[in-house]
Design a binder for this molecule. Structure first.
Ligand code: GSH
Length: 126
């Protein structure tokens, strides 16, 4: 039963992910200097996610649109990043953004909160 549910979930996720890719618009354009700065700052960000999770797709879509290249870690069953997320953030819920800054590490859950953070840090203020 669990296998069947996972199969359906992955199938639906793949269909959504496919439509996500073919309906993506263009990326936000910045000057080369500004984009280099964004790339450097996003080194400290990691998105813990599932490929087919609709909330993760929404979050990845926003990151693509805002041209913020955040590295991704899949937390599917058996992945070591699953345990990393559980230990660090406290629960296996995706998406979760790991933010490393001078004060330490913050684990930000919820697609809306993550997109808001990306907008505030990389779009609104620039
Ligand atoms: N409100 C959350 C919902 C996230 C959510 O439900 N994610 C699912 C995967 S699609 C999940 O991690 N479920 C496991 C759980 O909540 O424990 C968001 O927008 O990020």
């Amino acid at each position: 039963m669990k296998l069947f549910v996972n199969l359906i979930r992955n199938l639906l996720g793949s269909i959504i992910a496919f439509f996500d890719v073919i309906t993506r618009g263009s990326k936000l354009k910045r000057s080369p200097e500004e984009q280099s700065q964004v790339i450097a700052e996003s080194e400290n960000l990691t998105l813990y996610q599932f490929f087919g999770c609709p909330f993760c797709i929404k979050t990845r879509r926003a990151m693509y649109k805002y041209n913020v290249p955040v590295k991704k870690r899949s937390v599917s069953e058996g992945s070591p990043y699953r345990e990393e997320l559980l230990q660090g953030g406290g629960k296996v819920q995706t998406p979760c953004l790991r933010i490393e800054n001078n004060d330490g590490v913050e684990w930000l859950y919820d697609s809306k909160a993550i997109i808001g953070y990306i907008e505030k840090r990389f779009v609104a203020a620039k």
